[in-house]
Design a protein around this ligand. Structure first.
Ligand SMILES: Cc1ncc(COP(=O)(O)O)c(C=O)c1O
Length: 365
């Protein structure tokens, strides 16, 4: 086998994953969950890689969470036995895939996310000919999926109880709205989420587990739970990104494990440069002040606009850049960046140690 290319010879743009930082992020989340007595059931939508799912399970994760059936199917080679598909499945044509997935796992859980969805899901479940385990979504402030109040949650639970094809096995909440909460206020916001979700669970089925916990809240949930939550499902924590490090401030930038390696390809005018990573690499998610990515080495270099194959770079250090110079960028939102690449280059510092396939890339069905 030819030797792996050294860091300087990598083509750009390339997505780099730093193995030591990744391992540290996995270990630190697992340690927080172990200390708080909650299971870790990480969401794989961020990494989409069997290679990382295996590391999560080996480190102690109790199971995995996926958004789509295709992601779940792609993760089976990891050896996962317990899996939660946290999305509103409705299409009866998916029944054979759902039944086949259930057959290959010890514990498959599906989401029920509203009264309207409960009706559709019960029909889908009947079409599988099986009894499916269900987690009931509670809205704790994000206002996406989830029962909006206790009365709605009770009606959904009653509807599920009338079907021979579903069994209510627990409750979950996705508190994505916490990305907008300042770091100092996060523990109090997490306490509010825990209290309201627990109140609903205890009113309906006190013995059943409650699974809250995204990358902003998971460590707070573990610390504050005192037996109230049984599992958390963070996804982005594996790599981190600008949102997590600079906006929500739940990790320092030095712990971010994924960078985009890019090359300065033009300097059309003073104060402005172009790099070879545009929206087809960095995606189009941006901050409120129109930031797509920043330099990972602390220089004042910001991608302020993207076209398909160009990143538009501005900042106080732009004029010191040379054409051909390589830059590591921290993307604003890491999840779609991974979904745009077939493989990631695994590094340890500046050395290339491996490449990993993004197995569930594009698995949105
Ligand atoms: C239902 C659900 N659970 C868990 C997560 C993980 O969130 P995060 O990536 O912020 O950890 C997400 C993210 O979108 C989600 O939709």
């Amino acid at each position: 086998m030819p030797p792996l290319p050294i860091y300087d010879n990598l083509p750009t743009p390339s997505v780099l994953v730093d193995q030591p930082r990744l391992r540290a992020n996995l270990a630190s989340m697992q340690a927080a969950c172990d200390a708080g007595g909650v299971e870790l059931r990480p969401h794989i939508k961020t990494h989409k890689m069997v290679a990382i799912a295996r590391q999560q399970l080996a480190a102690g994760a109790r199971g995995l969470t996926c958004a789509k059936l295709g992601e779940a199917e792609a993760m089976l080679p990891s050896g996962v036995r317990s899996l939660f598909v946290a999305h509103s499945l409705v299409d009866p044509r998916q029944a054979p895939r759902l039944a086949a997935l259930a057959e290959r796992l010890d514990d498959l859980r599906l989401a029920v996310t509203s009264e309207a969805h409960a009706e559709a899901f019960v029909s889908l479940a009947a079409a599988t000919g099986r009894k499916l385990s269900v987690m009931l979504a509670l809205d704790t402030g994000q206002h996406r999926e989830g029962a909006r109040d206790l009365a709605a949650a009770q009606r959904i639970a009653a509807r599920l109880a009338r079907s021979p094809h579903v069994e209510l096995r627990g409750f979950y909440t996705h508190e994505g709205h916490l990305y907008g909460v300042p770091a100092n206020d996060q523990p109090a916001a997490v306490e509010t989420v825990l209290a309201s979700a627990c109140a609903a669970r205890d009113a309906i089925a006190p013995g059943l587990p409650l699974w809250p916990g995204c990358s902003i809240s998971a460590k707070h949930v573990a610390a504050l739970s005192r037996g109230r939550a049984q599992a958390v499902r963070p996804g982005t924590y594996v790599f981190g990104d600008y949102q997590m490090a600079y906006l929500a401030r739940v990790m320092p930038p030095e712990e971010i494990a994924l960078h985009v390696l890019t090359t300065v390809v033009d300097k059309p005018e003073p104060g402005f440069a172009l790099v070879d990573a545009g929206s087809k690499t960095l995606f189009a998610d941006r901050t409120a002040d129109s930031l797509y990515a920043v330099a990972a080495d602390g220089r004042d270099l910001k991608v302020v606009r993207v076209s398909e194959e160009h990143g538009w770079l501005r900042g106080a250090d732009v004029d010191r850049l040379r054409i051909g110079e390589r830059l590591r960028l921290i993307p604003v939102h890491v999840c779609p960046v991974v979904n745009l690449t077939d493989e990631v280059i695994v590094t340890a510092g500046d050395e290339v140690v491996d490449t990993w396939r993004v197995d569930a890339r594009g698995c949105v069905r």
